[in-house]
Design a protein around this ligand. Structure first.
Ligand code: BG6
Length: 467
């Protein structure tokens, strides 16, 4: 296993597989627009797709995708961008597609391309091997979208196949949560504020909760989602990556390798999820969505308890939950501290102080809130909750969107915000029991917080509702 993930040369071309697909439309063209707008995009962009489109139809498609995502996008930025787009059209199994692609890259004198696979994961091996068949595997790196495999075994096999044509340092695995400023802030906030470190452990922390809730349902992605479910779609990747940033030891330097090494240690110390502390749910109406099986047992919600058996975290429960069709759209981490001794406050049956909380909001209104205790006015030594809260957009200004940052990194050759092989494998190991022994799916209504059964895993605690 290779564990180095070093900086790569700057790219001289971007090749987009799945150029007429959904991900490219929703995320990649808007991100390319933003990079073009800031003057960062300096390379030709070559789309590859099976769709039988002319160059003009392709350019119009990209144009419309940008306008849909960014209604006030500047024509003076869009026009030169879309004019530079080329389309290589052809079947991925046809050798001619690959010689045409190589010809286009030769025309641009490209030696270091980024090959971005915005295609179904089942196609990754085909595309990687076809690139090798025309020698393009030695002329760039690949970016692969999630889900990376369907379970531990398939992830191992996929890594093996990709490694047969690309070395680990030229495989960039996307988890777009790693591209979010708010998620990366977990690392900076923890390790740049020395007041946190002394209490960031099992001596002071009572529990950690991570919630990723989405109001939307599967929104036209039914046929994809019904083959995947919440465990594979977000728990194995986004939620566990967030957990690692909250749990890990300080990396010894900014180099990607140090960061990945510390995350790998968290997962190595994480026990596989105990199927007894796993609850799956499915929103009522999911089976009526287009592309979803009438008798589908696929979960649109999952709650689980994680355990990290390290000196820092042994005994602290980590509760995670994620789902679609829930009451609010939010991603939050809540760190709950132990209660202080109560004798001082034990007057006349008054309330004892509530536990302190630190709430990291990682979604659209990102920021952090410390819930502390302050004296309730009056004669008694009573305390009550007070919040010290900061909204990062207001305090720090607008930040760049995840896909823009990740595309920029992929082009610049920076692997820091991508997932390393061993980490992906470890995360599958952690969720594997949820795949082997999934248990029943409990129905829940849209607009709720998921099935009531999810409370069962908390052992007397309660879920914190996102702010
Ligand atoms: C994707 C999942 O990875 O993340 C989607 O496939 C989910 O199902 C999305 O909706 C959520 O991302 P974000 O950035 O909106 O929180």
């Amino acid at each position: 296993m290779s564990s180095t993930h070093s900086h790569q040369p700057t790219a001289d071309a971007l090749v987009l597989f799945g150029a007429t697909g959904d991900l490219a439309k929703r995320k990649l063209y808007p991100a390319l627009y933003r990079l073009e707008h800031s003057g960062t995009l300096k390379v030709p962009v070559i789309g590859v797709a099976r769709s039988d489109w002319s160059d003009d139809a392709f350019r119009e498609h990209a144009h419309d995708a940008i306008i849909t995502a960014i209604p006030d996008a500047a024509a003076t930025t869009i026009e030169p961008l879309v004019r530079r787009l080329d389309l290589v059209q052809g079947d991925y199994t046809d050798p001619e597609t690959w010689t045409s692609l190589r010809d286009v890259l030769d025309k641009h004198h490209s030696k270091q391309a980024v090959f971005y696979m915005a295609i179904p994961p089942t196609m990754f091996p085909t595309v990687a091997e076809a690139l090798a068949s025309v020698g393009l595997n030695s002329r760039g790196r690949i970016v692969v979208e999630k889900p990376f495999g369907r379970d531990l075994q398939s992830a191992l096999e996929l890594n093996e196949t990709l490694h047969s044509v690309f070395p680990e340092e030229r495989i960039f695995r996307i988890d777009h949560y790693l591209g979010k400023e708010s998620v990366e802030d977990l690392l900076v906030f923890r390790f740049s504020n020395s007041l946190l470190e002394p209490v960031w452990n099992r001596n002071y922390v009572r529990s950690v909760q991570i919630t990723m809730s989405e109001r939307i349902g599967v929104e036209g992605r039914g046929s994809f989602y019904d083959g995947v479910g919440a465990v594979r779609d977000v728990l194995q990747n986004h939620l566990l990556q967030v957990a690692a940033l909250v749990a890990m030891e300080p990396p010894v330097g900014p180099d990607a390798r140090f960061l990945q090494d510390e995350k790998a240690k968290v997962f190595a110390a994480m026990r596989p999820i105990d199927a007894a502390t796993l609850v799956r749910g499915q929103y009522v109406g999911y089976r009526d969505e287009a592309g979803v099986a009438q008798d589908s047992q696929v979960e649109t919600f999952v709650a689980a308890r994680l355990e990290i058996d390290s000196w820092r975290w042994a005994g602290v429960p980590w509760y995670v939950r994620c789902g679609k069709g829930l009451a609010a759209s939010a991603t939050e981490v809540v760190v709950q501290f132990r209660e202080p001794p109560a004798l001082l406050f034990d007057e006349a049956g008054g309330p004892t102080p509530n536990r302190n909380l630190i709430r990291f909001r990682l979604g659209s209104n990102d920021g952090v809130t410390f819930t502390l205790q302050a004296k309730t006015p009056g004669q008694h030594l009573d305390s009550q909750d007070v919040d010290i809260s900061v909204d990062f957009a207001a305090a720090l200004g607008e930040r760049r969107e995840a896909y823009e940052r990740l595309l920029d990194d992929a082009l610049a050759g920076s692997p820091r915000r991508f997932a390393r092989e061993d980490i992906v494998e470890q995360t599958w190991r952690v969720v594997q029991p949820a795949l082997n022994e999934p248990g029943p799916v409990h129905p829940y209504f849209r607009g709720s917080w998921g099935p009531a059964e999810a409370d069962r895993i908390l052992g007397g605690d309660h879920w914190f509702t996102p702010a």
